[in-house]
Every structure is written in C-alpha cells, then in structure tokens.
Design a protein around this ligand. Sequence first.
Ligand code: HEM
Length: 416
Amino acid sequence: MTNSVPREEGIDNSLSLLREGYLYILNRRQSFNSNIFETRLLGKKAICMGGKEAAGIFYDNDKFKREGVAPNRVAQTLFGKNGVQSLDGQAHQHRKEMFMSIMTEERLGKLKEIARKHWAAAVDKWQQMDEVVLYEEAQEIMCNTACEWAGVPVKENEVKALADDLRAMFESATAIGPSHWAGRNARNRVEKWIGEIIDQVRDGKLNPEEGTALYTFALHRDLDGELLDAKTASVEVINILRPIVAIAVFINFTALAVHHYPEEREKLKSGDEKNAQMFVQEVRRFYPFFPFAAAQVKEDFIWKDYTFEKGTLTLLDLYGTNHDPDIWGNPDVFRPDRFAEWDGSPFSFIPQGGGDYYLGHRCAGEWVTIEVMKVGLDFLVNKIAYDVPEQDLSYSKVSIPSIPHSNVIIKNVLRL
Ligand code: HEM
C-alpha cells in the first residue's frame, strides 16, 4: 500500500515537539493540510493525527493498544506502573469498571458537597490574607476534597505537603533535571504511604466508607479473583487523588476567563446551571492542558490509503482537535454559548480524551472535573468579591502543563 500521507523531514523531531508544545501537531496539520502526518519522535517513526475522524480511529480498540506506550519518565511520575492507563482488552475493561463504579450520581453529589465545604473554609482564611495565590490555594482545596471524597485519612498539617507531592507528579513528567526527580521522589513517597493505608483497610484497622475509592480499590478483585497488590492499588488510588489536585489548573484558567470576559461573567450571576456548564466546557476546550494522547498500532491496518504499521507510536492531537476550525467556528474565540449547539459527539470535544468511558481510555474523572469546576466557578462569581492586581496573566502554549505565569493572584477577598 502507498504511504501517501505527508512526512515531516528530519531524523528526530522530538525537539520541535518540545519547542512548539501544544501547537506542534496542529501547526503541521495546517501546513501539510492533512489531519495525519508521519514524523520521527524519540528516535522512531511516529504518526500524529487530529480531528473528529482521526479520534474515532484512535479510540478503536481493535486498532490501538496502550501497553508499553508511556515512556519510563512518564510512568515514574505521572501515571505510576501497572495502572489502568497501561492496560488493554478485558483487563482494562475490568479495571476501568472499578473506576467508573465510584462515579455514581450519589457519589458526585457528595463530592460537590465536600468541595463546597473546603472552598468555604478557604474563603474564611483568604479574607485575612493580604494576597492569595490562587493556584496554590486551589491545590490545597482540591487535595482536601480529593482525600475526603476518596476516604483517605490525612491530617490538616499534612495536606500542604501532600498537595505539593501530587502536583509534582503531574508537573514533572515533561521536566528535566531536579524537577523531574522531585516528581519521582514524590511518587515513591505517596505510593508507599497509600500502600500502607491499603494494608490497614485489608487488615480491618481502617474502615473507609463504602463507595469511596479507598474502600472500592482496596477490596477490588482482578479477573482471576485476586486482590490487586498493594502497590498497584496504591497507584490507582493516586489516579484519583493526583488528577483531582490537577483540577487546580482548570480552576486557575476559570478565574482567568472570569476576569478576561466580564460579559460572560454577567451571565453566570443568575446561578443558571446551563450557563455554568457551558462556561466550564468552554474553559476545558479553550485553554491548554493535555496536549495529546498516545497509543501504539496493534496490528497493521489501512486508513486513508495509509498503512499503520504494527507497533508505531501514534499521537492524537487533543488540544488541536478542540481548536479545529472544521469543528469549532472561530476556535480561538472564547464563547461558551457555542456549547448550546454542540452535538455531544465523543470525538469532537476531547480535552480529557474521547470515545467510551467503559470500553476505552477516556478520562474516568471527566464528570468529577466538570462538577468540581462548577463549584469553583460559583464561588469565584457568586460567593466572593475580590480584586485582581496588576500581574502577568499570560500563559505558555509550549510548556506542559501550562498555567498563567503569575499563578493568578487575587486581593481583598470578601465573602458575599
Ligand atoms: C484535571 C483535569 C483532567 C484532565 C485534563 C484529564 C485528562 C485525561 C486524559 C487526556 C486522559 C487520557 C485519555 C487517553 O489516554 O485516551 C485521562 C485519563 C484518565 N483520567 Fe483524567 N483528566 C483530568 C482529571 C481527572 C480526574 C479528576 C480523575 C479522577 C477523579 C481522572 C482520572 C483519570 C483516569 C483513571 C484515567 C485513565 C483512564 C483509562 O486509561 O482508561 N482524571 N485523563
């Protein structure tokens, strides 16, 4: 079969990816005028693709697999080893079912209640502070929320250190040198601590509430009827705690959007749920977070006259699909109302991956993210007044993850 898709020149283009970050795939999709192109990354042939149709292919389990895809530096920091991200087939479905079983309406309702409580406590504190660095404070709110919701016991004076460790895991995957090693150390520390907690649950010394992640994951049995080893169970509990703390990134971007688009802020004052939902969706579409998802071709197949060869690393452009002009009119304009017309396709809006939650690798915590963001948005718009002093609110489209450079500072916080 002919390999008719464009090919990027060069022995290795990993540096261009690092230099262009979120825009690397989109820039080339535009210059090649093709939603798929071939390149070389990490010394090997790789395929990059984006857009709705490409997302549909990427999430076809017969075509792609995940085992062995994450580079070691990502496994040692962001993901951990033997977690759901690295599984395929029945083993993946069974483990994913464990995650999705805690995402019930009742548990999400509980989560919102917990998040509101921790926001309220933080606001009490902020009223006494000269200035509030929102990124840091949101991490603590999220860490408290995550632990309480997941059933993980944490003392008040340990929350800051734990939030720092969980943040280091998602900030260090792409870092080099000391920052990267800080992420590895953080992972080792937290995995050990949670592993001990898992043992306590199994020994009956600790009794988390039924339905929490700690309870469910500690007692989960794999397809052979065996408990997960304590390290793997710990990796999976961290797969709940770490990304909830990462919602602090989206809370920072939410605050930025509220500040930059006062006319949109006005619409949120009525407390209308639909407007809040659309605003949060637009924040997740517009601002950069996960640049791409990665998989490996399972068996040779042909798509668009192009042979995908078994074993080839394939990246799906998440950021670029959310900014694809064929899907989103004026993609670089922040316009929450666009979601009134969105058809809900699982492949066109993919900030947290696409496809099916149960059968594929789409983010298990997407509903958690949306609900928790709405709680934060309501606080920022309706529950507190504050000033935004002069600061550098710009953000990078290169460094991953990206956050506003000042970390968003607010002052004169007043509870309404
Ligand atoms: C903070 C915002 C978040 C973003 C941007 C995000 C993004 C993503 C992305 C891009 C994936 C991979 C999709 C793929 O490989 O195809 C993913 C997977 C996952 N996420 Fe999230 N996520 C977020 C929050 C959460 C939360 C709050 C949780 C848990 C409460 C969570 C749990 C997971 C898990 C367990 C997976 C692995 C799913 C699988 O492999 O089947 N995420 N997320």
